[in-house]
Design a protein around this ligand. Structure first.
Ligand code: TEU
Length: 554
């Protein structure tokens, strides 16, 4: 494969992850929709992002909010129509925005016609599109593998006396990628979307396509039997061929692909342009009150930076639809902490993604009852906790502390009822802090998180060093400060972020101080009366201070 086949635009780009269900509801049914996205494109343009990744918008019974697809080529009616989708794609292109879709090909819904057929019996031509195994005596699962959403990976089917396999919910049966006919059907579907002119895909749970033999024995990692298992290479190579044919951008959700392996997954000959690693959310503390450990967070990120420094490419993110709000679990829910986190990750090497609401500094939702929770996996964990004898109060705390629903509450547009998200009843409650924390208020406030993101995106884009420059971690052992050097041929920047609520002093290594007076403060959130211009041997940082210094190069 030659270099020209790779699309370079995404290396300079900033992406925006848009969760359609919670973005903007134009028709008042309480659920976000395509018309709502259309309405808000100028906002995304003003923010300065280059492309949008839409979470699934396909036909789905919604057991897992669209990640259980019953027809890959139909739009979920609550979101709109195919005509509306095409209009959205055109509008994006007109505005100079690219649009990428979620590609969910590890599994389907149990309501997908393929699975409905497969369930009919052992001789059905679609049977082998999925994984079936005879249940052992007394309907016991064929092995002891556990699903990501809790419970066995196997669900028993009375009709045939066999069990089918699912790494997520029972309503999300895994596709059998060993079946060539299934692969062809998936490839056709992908080409259909690519021919429509979309700009790429985010590949859901892509590292799980291949499974170990069913008698594989789990030792330490419970997910090992379906994480980047040998044999996946052939499928990924097929996919790569399709993506290259249409010159689109791809980002894979590839848990289990190590930072070393990521090089060959994402270099010039790689299957994909970049991948999301799932390692940097290193948690500390007791279940129910966990936070992200700064040292763990930065060490993981630094390792990925180093391993992909010369070949391969990183997808950078701190939030998505599966995790709590970063300003709550790493920050202290202030403007400053949201800003410091932004600086810390957006100036790394790679393509930064911003998850909707992150640019406002949105925070976790104060769940008071389990009824307020939508996510099925959280309900599942709650039930399992109750069954194990935990009290309802404790189960609620343990379940909601890290639930995915924190990220899924509606986008906060203004201070009108339900934050301007809907004129109806929102499918998930709006965070009560919306009267203060919303787009309209933050646009009008020069010191807001939103305006900071806008400037930071502009700053990043104006400096090629952040795209191509090398990376070196500074003060590697510091438990609170994430500091690193980005150095290119012509320029060098020292990025410093105090990711703690404590005042901290950072000792700047001598080599960066060779020309002390020549270091210039070029970006950050330091109080204006601070001695922002000076990079001194002992740099004092207030809680969640973040600063970028341009260093004079010899
Ligand atoms: O998440 C998948 C996911 O998080 C796993 O693939 C991951 O490998 C595992 O949790 C390891 O820690 C994606 C979507 O982002 C999520 O919303 C869906 O529920 C899920 O796939 C199923 O489609």
């Amino acid at each position: 494969m030659t270099h020209e086949l790779k699309q370079p635009w995404w290396q300079h780009a900033v992406g925006y992850q848009l969760y359609p269900r919670s973005f903007r509801d134009a028709d008042g049914d309480g659920i976000g929709d395509i018309a709502g996205i259309m309405e808000k494109l100028p906002y995304l343009k003003a923010l300065g992002v280059d492309f949008i990744w839409l979470n699934p918008i396909y036909l789905s019974p919604n057991v897992d909010n669209g990640y259980d697809i019953s027809d890959f080529q139909k739009i979920q009616p609550e979101y709109g129509t195919m005509a509306e989708f095409k209009a959205l794609l055109d509008k994006c292109h007109e505005l100079g925005l690219k649009l990428i879709l979620d590609l969910v090909i590890n599994h389907t819904s149990d309501q997908h016609p393929w699975f409905l057929e497969a369930k009919k019996g052992k001789d059905n031509p679609y049977r082998d599109y999925y994984h079936w195994q005879p249940a052992t005596s007394e309907k016991q699962p064929p092995n002891d593998w556990q699903s990501f959403f809790g419970g066995s990976t196997w669900t028993y089917d009375e009709n045939s006396g066999e069990s089918y396999f699912h790494v997520f919910a029972p309503q999300q049966p895994d596709l059998n990628w060993r079946n060539g006919q299934l692969r062809q059907a998936i490839y056709q579907m992908i080409e259909w979307w690519l021919a429509l002119g979309i700009d790429g895909f985010r590949l859901d749970a892509i590292s799980h396509l291949q499974k170990e033999p069913w008698d594989f024995k789990i030792t330490d990692n419970p997910w090992a039997p379906f994480m980047n298992v040998s044999g996946i290479e052939a499928y990924m190579t097929d996919l790569q061929g399709l993506f290259r044919k249409y010159h689109v951008m791809t980002v894979g959700e590839a848990s289990g692909v190590s930072s070393r392996q990521a090089v060959s997954w994402t270099d010039d000959d790689g299957y994909l342009d970049m991948i999301f690693e799932l390692e940097h959310n290193v948690r500390e503390g007791e279940p129910g009150s966990e936070r992200i450990n700064v040292l763990g967070f930065k060490k993981v990120l630094a390792r990925w930076q180093k391993h992909l420094e010369n070949a391969g490419w990183n997808a950078l993110y701190v939030e998505n639809h599966d995790n709590p709000r970063i300003n709550s679990v790493l920050g202290n829910e202030t403007v400053k902490s949201a800003q410091a986190i932004a600086v810390a990750y957006m100036l790394l090497k790679g393509t930064p993604f911003i998850y909707q609401g992150q640019e406002l500094g949105m925070t976790n939702y104060p769940f008071a009852t389990i009824a307020e929770v939508d996510a099925k996996d959280s309900h599942n964990h709650y039930r399992l906790l109750l069954e194990s004898g935990v009290s309802p109060e404790e189960a609620l705390r343990l379940t909601t502390h890290w639930t995915r629903d924190h990220a899924r509450t509606p986008m906060q547009w203004n201070d009108s009822p339900n934050s301007g998200f809907t004129s109806g009843t929102p499918w998930l409650a709006v965070n009560p802090n919306y009267p203060q924390l919303n787009v309209e208020a933050e646009m009008a406030d020069e010191g807001s998180v939103l305006r900071f993101y806008q400037k930071l995106i502009g700053f990043r884009k104006a400096e090629g060093t952040f795209v191509t420059g090398g990376f070196d971690l500074v003060a590697a052992g510091d438990p609170d400060i994430f500091a690193y050097l980005r150095q290119g041929q012509e320029k060098a920047f020292l990025v410093v972020a105090n990711l703690s609520a404590k005042k901290r002093i950072l000792t700047i290594p001598k080599r960066y101080l060779a020309q002390e007076t020549a270091a210039t403060y070029v970006f950050g959130n330091l109080a204006s009366d601070a001695t922002a211009g000076l990079l001194t041997k002992k740099l004092t940082l207030a809680p969640y201070d973040a600063a970028v210094y341009e260093l004079a190069m010899n």
